[in-house]
Structures are given as C-alpha cells and as structure tokens.
Design a protein around this ligand. Sequence first.
Ligand code: GLC
Length: 798
Amino acid sequence: MILNTELEYKGNLFPSNITSYKKDVDVLHFSTSNNVILKLTVLRDSMLRFTYTTVGKFERDFSYAINEDASRGYNHLEINDDDEKYVVTTSKLICHIHKSDLRVSLYDAVDKTIICEDELGFHWEESYELGGDIVKMSKAAQNGESYYGLGDKPQHLNLKGRRFENWATDSYAFGKDTDPIYKAIPFYTGLHNGKSYGIFFDNTFRTYFDFCSERRNVTSFWAQGGEMNYYFIYGPKMQDVVTSYTDLTGTPELPPLWALGYHQCKWSYYPESNVKEITSKFRELQIPCDAIYLDIDYMEGFRCFTWSDEYFPNPKRMVKELADDGFKTVVIIDPGIKIDNEYSVFREGLEKDYFCKRADGPYMKGKVWPGECYFPDFTRPEVREWWAGLFKELVEEIGVKGVWNDMNEPAVMDVPGKTFPPDVRHDYDGNPCSHNKAHNIYGMQMARATYHGLKRYNYPKRPFVITRSAYSGTQRYTSTWMGDNVASWEHLQIANIQAQRLALSGFSFAGSDIGGFAEQPNGELYARWIQLGVFHPFCRTHSSGDHGDQEPWAFDEEIIDVVRKFIEIRYQLLPYLYTSFYQYSEDNVPMLKSLVLFDQDDAQTHYRTDEFIFGNQILVCPINEPNAKGRRMYIPRGEWYNFWSKNMVVGGKEMWVDADLDSMPIFVKAGAVVPRYPIQQYVGEKVIDQLNLDVYYKAGKEDSELYEDADDGYDYTKGRYSLKKFNLAGTEDKLIIRIHKRGQYITTYDTFKINLYGLPFEVKSIKVDNEYVDLKDVQFENNTLVVTKEFTNLQIKG
Ligand code: GLC
C-alpha cells in the first residue's frame, strides 16, 4: 500500500529552483535545476493544464479521456515575473509559479482571492518495484472547503474527510463506503468561500485522493505511475466547473427516446417462453416498458455472439415479435472469450492475434462465466474494429437494439485482485504498456468498440450501450449502471448518491439496479426504489436469479399500482427528460443536480445528500425508510409547487412533506413550463396529437426549454429538431409566456394544452400574439386552455 504520509516524507523528492522558462504560444515550460519540467498549457481562460516530468522529457501526449472537440481558446494571456515568481494571467485566473520550488497558487483574476494553492505541491517517489515514479500532488485545503465528484463512490456526497482509490473493481454486493468499486473517474470539485473549481487528474494508473483525511488542512492526489497530469478548471459556479469538465471529456449523442423509457432485466430470463411471459404481463397489467434484457444464459455456454439453440431456437423471430409489441431487446456481451477451438470468435481472435498477452508471451488466461477465457486487447484500434464488426449479425440480422457490456473492469474469477495480473501487456493505441496503466480504461475501450459496432449496424437508428466499468470520458459512448448493489434501504440511499455523484462527474446517463441486485426487496422497498429510479436518467430493474422474482407483479396489488403510477409519471415526463438529455448532450449540463450544484451560495446545501433536482426544475427527494408517511427534507431557496397538491411553498428551509407509499416528495420550481406526454405503454405507441404544458405561475421570470425531434435517427443533426425556449413573466394580474423557436422539425401535434397552476387572479382575458381571443375559442376551462403550437406570445390577464 502506498501512502502519502509524513512518515514517508523521507522518500519524497521535490523540484528545486526554476532555472529556465520557455513559452510556445499557449504552452509554458518551467525547468528546474534538478531536471523537473512543469508544462503549463492555457486551454481556456478558466482552464489550465499542468503536466510534470522528472526526467527532463515528457511522454507522448495521449489520453483516452479527452474529447477531441473540447472547446479551446482564451481572451487574454499575459506572463510576467518578479524575483519570486512567474505570474500567468488570463481573464479568469491568475497563476503564480514560485521560482524557488515550482509551487503553484491560483487566484480569481477579478477579486484576487485565493482559489487553490499547492501545499507541498508536486513531489514524487521513485518506485523500484513498479518502475517509474509515484507522482504526488498536495494542495492546501481552504477554510470550510467541501469536495464533490469522483464517479461512483458509495459514500457521503461530500468527500471531505475521506480517502479514495481509483481502480476499477468487480464488487459484488458492495456496501456503503466500499472503495474502490467499478469505475475510475479521477475528477473532483472543491468549493469554499462561494467559489468552486475542479481538478481532473488524467492519469489511468491506480490513483488515490485524500480530502483532508490524513491531514486536516491538506488535499492530495497521487498515482502509482505515469505523469502528474491534471487540468485545473475554475468556475466560480460549480455548474460551470462540471460543464467545463464534461465538455473536456465529452458527452454522448442523444439516445433513442425509448432508451429513456423503463427497462426490465433479470439474470436471466430464459427460455423464450419466459421472456414472452414477462413482456406480455407488462402489457396485460398496463405497466409501461420499453426494453427487455437477456443476461448471459441466452448464449451457448456463455460464448459471446452465440445463441442457445435450446432456449432461443429462432432469435430473429423472437426479437421481431417483441419489437411488434413495443419491446426493444438488449443483450449482454462480456469481454471474456471462451477458449474453444470450435468457436469462431475465439478462433478468429487467436488467428489474428487479438488477445491480451502476459509479459513473457503467453496469452492472458482467466476464468469468467464460460470457464477459461482469453480477452481482446481493446486498446488496439484493429481489435476494436474487429469487435465492432462482430455485432453485424446480432444487430443487423437479428434486430437487437442495445448491448450491455459487463465484467469489463476486467473481472476475473478465483484470482487475487479479481483482475489481470499487472504484467499483462496492452497496446494503448500505440503506447505499449502494462496492465497497471491500461486497467482503468479497459472497460471504456470495450464499450467504445461496442458503441461503434452498434452505431454501424443499427444505422440510421441510434445505438444504445450500457457498461459497468468506466473511466473519465466513457460517457461519450455509453450509459452505465452502478453494478451489483443489494436490496436494502441503505442501498436505496447509496443509489441516490451514486446517481448524483456520477452526474457531477460528467456521467449523467446512469441508474442503479432498481430493487437491488443481490437479495430480495419487500414490496415497500421495491416501490420506494421505483419512485427514485424513475427520476434517474437510466431506469432499469435488475436482479440476480438466486433471490426470487423482481417484476412489479412479484409484489401485491398495492405495490403494482404504485409502480405503475410512477412509471407512468416517467413516461409523461419523457419530453422534459429528453430536453434535459439534450441540454446535457449539447450544453454539457448535468441531468441531475445535487442541491450544492443547484445553489452553492446556500451553505445549507453543502452536506445535503437526499434531495436533488431532476433536469432543471423538478425537485425530488426519495423516501429512504420503511413505514414512512413522509419525511423532513430541505427545500432549496426560491418558490416551489408541490407536484401533487399544487400548493406553493417558499424554500430556504427544512420541512416535513407527507408521502404515503403511493407518493413521494416532488416539487416543481415556480415559473417552470413542464411538457407532458400522454401515458404510453412504450415510446411511439401513440402519435402525440397534443402536448400538455404544465405552467406554474411565478411573480417574476423563469425560462424553460423543450427539445423535440423524431425520437431516433440522425435527422436532428441536419436541423430537423425543434427547440422552444419559453420565457415566462408573471405579475399580480398578468402572466406572459413568450416562445422562441429554433430548428425545422415539425411536431406531430398542432396544439398545446396549457394547464395553469397557482394563478393569483381569475382569468378575464387572453391574448394570443397580441390579439384578444374568445375564451370559448381556446376552450378555456378550469385554468386550462388550448392554443396553437405556433404562438409566440401568450398573455393571460386577470
Ligand atoms: C454481473 C453483473 C450483473 C449480471 C451478472 C451475470 O454480476 O453485474 O448485472 O446480471 O454478472 O451476467
């Protein structure tokens, strides 16, 4: 175990004084007398990259995490120096680099306050065991500083006082505080004195982060190899930090809308008759569902890209029949390829020499579900290309719509460490290395290859992929779930934190195994988990076969009704959710917002974990305990309407909210315009012939958006989308809604049904685009009215 303790201080080496400085456009090199170089790259006014080498020469600059299209460019760059330091100034940041020891301090360029400064700063330890250096960085923690991010950690949302490790690990039935688990996302944000910044340590080796755990006033991070290479991102708004990081590491394209519907999964539904029983039951009980999953038992002896003849004699027919009933079939594909000379995928991989090898030459052999396997080296472009090609039959021929990549940490059974030994070699896209460096990105490269396969063979429809393991940037290719959780109340709370944390870490398209994977939930826990799950971007029930059934009808009537009611709410909110996905995809905005991200200036939010904002305007808080009739929760500042009663509350305080089993605390921000679809059993079941707009009155202004397109396909990239911006402005006796439109998509409906909530006046007149209309003509009744979707200005007066 490598620690960063003072005890080890002896082993630490430090940069000495700066002896030379060189500038090459936006890259600055500072060299010290002991051969350390700091390369500072100015990427944006609010984003600097720091890279250090201790050997006088940098490695080839290569990263799987960084999005090629990330924004770059700054308005201002000035470099000065005095006796003590160099000073790099942009329009947002001032960076001091101290001449005596290379330490860095960062200040807000406007008010000159400190944002982040090196404590020991960059230092390193030579590692004779691993080769290379253990590279370390320590920063002084500021007064009252809080920390957020780091991907899927199942711990308190605020990371302060804790230490973490990033090493993707198969973690069956992980618990609260288990670390590490499946993902490695070395990005965090710090918040103090009303200002937020982020640090992305783009190093794929095993990394560690310590947030004031070892020493109260110090935050540090270090890696077991590679270079000290981190991006510093300034806000000061946390939302800007998160969106900048997300821009840097990329976002996914829009998924097909059905992927935002409800998914049903199990280890495993088989044979075919069982699959059909499940899907028919959804339709019979009228519980909306869009996707059905096949876990490993659909294959022949767990051989990927095969089907069991016995259980699935005619997969193409089955997939078609399921599709006719509105179900999309998603199948699991693991990385382990069974060693079997009769198996074509194995033979081809062997012939082409695509499998990972140990340092001395033999193939990396490991046991997974099929028994002994070899594993493709997904870090080789030609292997990814081969892998993508393997999906031709599954997708193009059979009609599978989504692929689920599992066990890609990579997981290996019955060996210490549960993964490849460190000597395994990888190509790393032409940067050959050991598994120490490639481990954390193995799953990402597998999901990337899968995504390209699906995209190719499902074209012109959009692909859908889900992965278990991930590194920063994986969100460009795939959705994710949290792995093998447990059916317990504690895990319901963990799932809530993980989904928020992933969204804060650039990975919004995520959800938990609803109800828990291991063990079995009772009806109440399942219902409460569905209530949370419908507010996660990815919404799927999954469980292990060992613990009984986990379909809604495995529980009693009351539970079935609650489950149906909440899945129906999700389906009604699909246009709202899709819009939020668009904002994520296009503007890098996280789809879930922890309260601290929503309102960082309110210190009450800094340690809040349960409440979160779904999209931009819906506040949700799950019930985390059995037998609850409601709960206390914090309502953020501003005005909010109770979703059920439509009563308005003023936030900035904690309050009790009633929530019997068939309810949960949901609030809508005053001024919001929330689009709503009719209930459908699956996406596309109905042609939407009128769109509901729920309008929540506000004395003041609020903006909302609505994004629509053909729900699948790529026409939207050619301008065939519709983006409407609603500007709402309310006064004592008037409510005005203006719409600005963009895009050429023609929606299937012609009218909006506008439902007005919270109006403080009785409606006397309505003007549409400056013309008074007869209340009868707009079917005005009980504060609802029907207007053409073409309106640009609606005035409602008391
Ligand atoms: C792993 C996955 C789980 C899956 C099982 C069998 O445990 O995390 O979701 O059902 O393998 O494939």
